[in-house]
Ligand binder design. Sequence first.
Ligand SMILES: [Zn+2]
Length: 396
Amino acid sequence: MTEKLYYSDSHMAEFEAVVQAYIEENGRSCVILDRSAFFPGGGGQPCDTGLIGEAIIKEAAEKDGKILHYYTGNQKFSPGDRVLCHIDWKKRFSLMQNHSGEHLFSGIAHTRFGCENVGFHMGEDGVTIDLDRELSGKDIAEIENSVNEAIWQNVPVTARFPEETELAGLEYRSKLELTENIRIVTIEGYDTCACCAPHVSKTGEIGLLKVIDYSRHRGGMRIILRCGREAMGVFSLYQDSVAEISAMLSVKRKDMAAAVKRLAEELNTQKRICDSIKREFVAGLVAESEKTEGNLCWFLPDFFEPESMRLLLNEAVKLCGGAAASFVKKPGGGYNYVIASERLDLRALSKSINAAISGRGGGSREMIQGSAAADEDVIKAFFDSREIFDIQSQEK
Ligand SMILES: [Zn+2]
């Protein structure tokens, strides 16, 4: 058995221990100590990492009451060696801030709204909690506010293993139906919950809890939150983004939403104007084109996108016996194209057309689209010629 130091002192970041065994498991080196502050992971909280002597501990896990510390590197340990150990405190403290914050949030959601916590995960994107009841945005804000009040009250967080008889009369939250060796974590006045992980000693250490996102999930709610240092990190990120947007809009931060709304309305108006200009432009092009048994080819202004190119071609195919082709300059050079035809099989011809205009792309029998790298003269000459009809007749 390894003496689990994180149970008696969740703030122990450095400790001395004696090596009990060194083993190799699936090519990985592993050291077992007489005592350890490395939390092996559990209760939704990832394991600790850190140093044992010079060895970099990448993972800790529990097996038959022993804590296995896995590391990479050449260091060898012998039973009886005294070693100085450090856990990655920055990482552990962030995990404790998030985990204790989660207990507070779930505890208050339980007391206030009768929610059960049915899922809990701590990962790179913060803490994810699944609650079994639907909550409104207002409900969630109410829980979040109460959690932060509880944080600032700086109440004690304690953990102990009660006797079985005491446990029977104790009301506590638990995800598993365990009967022995149950560790109870109590946040004074707010929550009692079965949990094996190390926690902060007083709620003030959590600093802050911020709900980042929430959504309906399997008849309940999925809530993503961050606490302490991580909450501060997210806040700084948002702050930078808000400052940048406010400068771009030239408005005060509190007026940003109204400014964006105005901008969206203006954009919509401009889009409507632009659409009607494009339609008129297309009608003009169609009106001035003479019917031909050959092809038609246009190089359009760069405000044309594929949708308005197709608008033109839908009309243009009625005017020509061959292909109606439209090209628009791309910002990085070359052209985007849309080509349509009523009589030619463009899917079958696309390889030859692409070869002639240094292009790539494809589509249906009636319409193909893609990009071309050839010069305007080369493209124009190809569609002015009868080449496309020759290829079509050769293919038949
Ligand atoms: Zn827990």
